[in-house]
Design a protein around this ligand. Structure first.
Ligand code: NDP
Length: 282
């Protein structure tokens, strides 16, 4: 009980002492958001637009990006551009950052959010798919981060990485996906240390999300789990605030923090809960 109370106090203290969000700080901010044609990325684009930011968005589908850009402009974005790119192509991550630098004249925020589609099913040995997913969900992230760092450095900028509770705990049916998220957490956790040791003024925020009600996520888990999904628009706003206040981590919804820190205390209980949170009959 004492331990639990201490964790709660530590959590609440961290919440209360976290810096206040100043919406005006995003007016005119130069932002690149990836995976912004749908889901959480699209919602982030709309929030940044309402805050009056200058935005570049990217994903593969040009027509959809065009519609999102039009809506961003109608919501109040100072500028909004799109560039279609496939993050599985080796040159596209650099191409996208170059485009954003050229259109906006620099970057204050790089928000890495895109993911390639991946089946929600038992691992059936598809190594090629896992390699491809690593390219899209991981290698493109580090390539874009490296390309954008000099500009972020010049502008006291922020790097925001959208990760998942599945980058902190393992779960069935998502072996390739969870691998990419663990890789992100490892890489950007290490990079955060290095930037701090170099006294860099770039902040890194890694966002741990639980189940969010995007179409792609809901399509996968419908009928398979009863875990509650949280709203994409709220998740998007929390990610933006975390980046703007330069906090190292976001846990959304809040209880994902407790799952992440308690998962190793009683491993067999954790495994039991995870394996029984899915409707699966062999
Ligand atoms: P969506 O599937 O809704 O959106 C994925 C985005 O990535 C789309 O804009 C898609 O656009 C783009 N994309 C897909 N493949 C590529 C590619 N090869 N190259 C470039 N862009 C690509 O994802 P969510 O909004 O659900 O998730 C957003 C983030 O949140 C992800 O990082 C995810 O891991 C994380 N998250 C989501 C959770 C959830 O329950 N939804 C839970 C935990 C974390 P297009 O098809 O046009 O290329």
């Amino acid at each position: 009980k004492v331990l639990l109370a201490s964790i709660c106090v530590a959590f609440l203290a961290a919440k209360w002492t976290s810096p206040r969000f100043d919406a005006d700080s995003l007016k005119g901010a130069r932002v690149l958001v990836t995976g912004a044609s749908t889901g959480i990325g699209e919602q982030m684009a709309y929030h940044y637009a309402r805050f009056g930011a200058q935005i570049v968005i990217t994903a593969r589908r040009e027509k959809v990006l065009q519609q999102v850009v039009e809506k961003c402009l109608s919501l109040g974005a100072q500028k909004a551009f799109y560039i279609a790119a496939d993050m599985a192509n080796e040159s596209d991550p650099d191409k996208v950052v170059d485009y954003a630098l050229e259109k906006l004249g620099g970057l204050d925020y790089l928000v890495l959010n895109h993911i390639g589609p991946s089946p929600f099913s038992m691992w059936k040995g598809d190594v090629d798919h896992t390699k491809w997913l690593m390219k899209v969900n991981f290698f493109s992230y580090i390539q874009m981060a490296w390309k954008a760092l000099p500009s972020l450095e010049q502008n006291k900028g922020s790097l925001v990485v959208v990760s998942s509770l599945l980058g902190k705990i393992t779960s069935p049916f998502v072996a390739p996906y969870t691998s990419t998220k663990f890789a992100l957490n490892g890489f950007f956790g290490s990079l955060r240390h290095e930037l701090a040791m170099k006294k860099s003024n770039v902040s890194i925020s890694v966002c741990t999300l639980g189940l969010i009600d995007t179409d792609s996520a809901m399509e996968k888990v419908r009928g398979i789990t009863d875990v509650q999904a949280y709203p994409a628009t709220d998740a998007a706003l929390n990610i933006i605030i975390t980046g703007a206040t330069r906090q190292p981590e976001l846990f959304y919804p809040w209880f994902t923090y407790f799952i992440a820190i308690t998962k190793d205390w009683f491993p067999s209980v954790t495994d039991y809960i995870i394996q029984n949170s899915y409707n699966y009959i062999p």
